[in-house]
Design a protein around this ligand. Structure first.
Ligand code: MG
Length: 507
């Protein structure tokens, strides 16, 4: 048979197998979404088992002899340089994951999945009671399994690298250490300057009563204006806002509400909509292959951050929506000037809670978690010491005294779900966002005017063309180089922060 025909035949079989795995993956995502949005409390135990057995099934299919035979056939074509650009990317990504998963036994995967699903409800109870001791034995077990996972998977320098790799392929803790160290010094320094500034922002100006139905209507209006397609998506409520996708035609976002705080839900909706636009922008024809998947969590977060921070916390954005604010909440916005709103939503104020942090101190929360995770996985600190280490770093970096575990070590869900190595991608997202947004500003000269007029079509088209439609065709590093001409640099973020906060706080 002609070689090209042979290759096409093998590749077709490969794609069919991948699609099967993807359907299972989608089913798992539905279960997790349901767990966060709809499931009654008592459903937790059995749901954990359902998720675990499905995760085990998925893993088993992925590393099965059947799949292994097909992927190894594709590998031969790859070794001979016979794959085209797209096929090369598909193979590269599946092979990377396959080689990783192959090193983990089905028993191990199921054990981890069940432990993590169970731990999430234990963590939730511990947080409610603000008692780390309740969660500690579970976290100890998770860390133990994660150390094992790193050992199974293998690594060059740090076992933590093996975990980062699932969220941000190609990134290492060594590279992160360099970037984050430089950033930490910058942030601590500018935070001191802001604290000393005579300029004070009065956040009370934005206090009021914001009926939830009206907030919900505004959120939907803004999301739609940004380009979110409600015929291929939904918006619901959950304790922690998140975005999940089953495929590009079914993308779900969640938010949460506080009657006293309008921007608590609005900014988080803009953030999640940014994530969702990425998922809705992926091409349906690529569904079931890595070309139908986002590149990395860092790149994903850059999409949410561009919308939430660079656009959603700008003056021009709220100039556009000011009439809607006035119409819906006249008591507050009749008296409040646009510039005052801009300052209040950008107030820099160290706080104990990461998700409530401003865009400047937010990164110190992440750097703290990165440092802790790295040492925890490398074995130089132990779980029992975490509250003490956490609290002392909070004091050192942010000047905050932690009084309760629920306000400190227990605040985030990530570790209970086994997500260790995930946190750094939040700050990476901010850095990518700043670097990309600098380029967007160059490419769209009338950007400010367009935002003021509520015209987001060009921005979305830019993101679609440069990022969303490619799926995993490029690695994160290749993509950022291709778009901006250089590798990831924290310079753009620092410039952005200096510029914006220099003006707000008259530094
Ligand atoms: Mg996010």
């Amino acid at each position: 048979m002609d070689c090209e025909i042979m290759k096409n035949k093998v590749f077709k079989e490969f794609r069919e197998k991948l699609l099967e795995l993807w359907h299972l993956n989608s089913a798992l995502a539905v279960l997790s979404w349901d767990q966060e949005v709809n499931m009654p409390e008592n459903g937790a135990d059995l749901r954990a088992k359902t998720i675990a057995s499905l995760a085990g099934l998925l893993h088993g299919k992925f590393v099965s002899k059947e799949f292994s035979t097909v992927i190894n056939k594709v590998k031969k074509f790859s070794d001979n340089g016979e794959l085209n650009k797209k096929e090369t990317a598909i193979f590269r990504e599946v092979w990377r994951e396959f080689s990783r998963e192959e090193k983990l036994s089905s028993e191990f995967v199921e054990e981890l999945a069940e432990l993590c699903s169970k731990s999430q409800s234990v963590w939730s109870e511990a947080r409610k009671k603000s008692n780390f001791k309740i969660f500690q034995p579970y976290l100890e077990k998770i860390v133990e399994l994660k150390r094992k996972e790193a050992k199974f998977v293998g690594y060059e320098k740090s076992p933590y690298d093996a975990l980062i790799d699932t969220y941000e392929p190609g990134m290492t803790s060594e590279e992160l250490s360099v970037i984050f160290y430089e950033l930490k010094i910058f942030l601590v320094d500018i935070l001191q300057k802001i604290k000393k500034s005579k300029k004070k922002i009065d956040a009370r100006k934005l206090k009021g009563n914001f009926p939830i139905e009206k907030q919900e209507k505004l959120n939907k209006f803004i999301a739609e204006k940004m380009g979110f397609n409600f015929e291929s998506g939904r918006m619901d409520i959950s304790t922690h806002p998140f975005t999940t996708n089953f495929h590009p035609d079914d993308v779900r976002i969640t938010t949460r509400y506080d009657e006293k705080n309008l921007f608590y839900s609005v900014l988080s909706t803009i953030h999640e909509t940014g994530h969702a636009l990425y998922e809705q922008g992926i091409e349906m024809k690529n569904f079931g292959t890595p070309l139908g998947e986002s590149i990395s969590l860092g790149i994903h977060e850059s999409q949410s951050r561009i919308w939430e921070k660079n656009i959603g916390q700008s003056q021009e954005f709220w100039k556009c929506f000011y009439p809607d604010l006035k119409k819906n909440f006249p008591d507050v916005f009749r008296k409040l000037k646009l510039v005052e709103l801009y300052e209040v939503i950008n107030e820099v104020k160290p706080s104990s809670i990461r998700t409530e942090a401003d865009e400047l101190t937010y990164n110190l929360h992440i750097i703290l978690r990165f440092e802790i995770e790295k040492e925890l996985i490398e074995g130089s600190i132990e779980v029992a010491d975490l509250p003490k280490i956490w609290n002392s770093k909070m004091k050192e970096y942010l000047g905050i005294k932690i009084l309760k575990d629920s306000q400190g070590i227990l605040q985030d869900v990530h570790w209970s779900g086994g997500s260790i190595g995930y946190f750094p991608t939040y700050t990476l997202g901010n850095l990518y966002a700043a670097q990309l947004y600098a380029k967007i500003k160059k490419d769209i000269p009338d950007l400010k005017k367009e935002i003021e007029n509520g015209n987001f079509e060009n921005i979305l088209a830019w993101l679609r063309k440069n990022i969303h439609t490619h799926g995993k065709l490029y690695t994160a590093d290749e993509l950022i180089r291709k778009i901006t001409g250089e590798t990831l640099s924290s310079k753009y973020f620092m410039d952005y922060i200096n510029n914006k906060y220099g003006k707000i706080y008259e530094l």
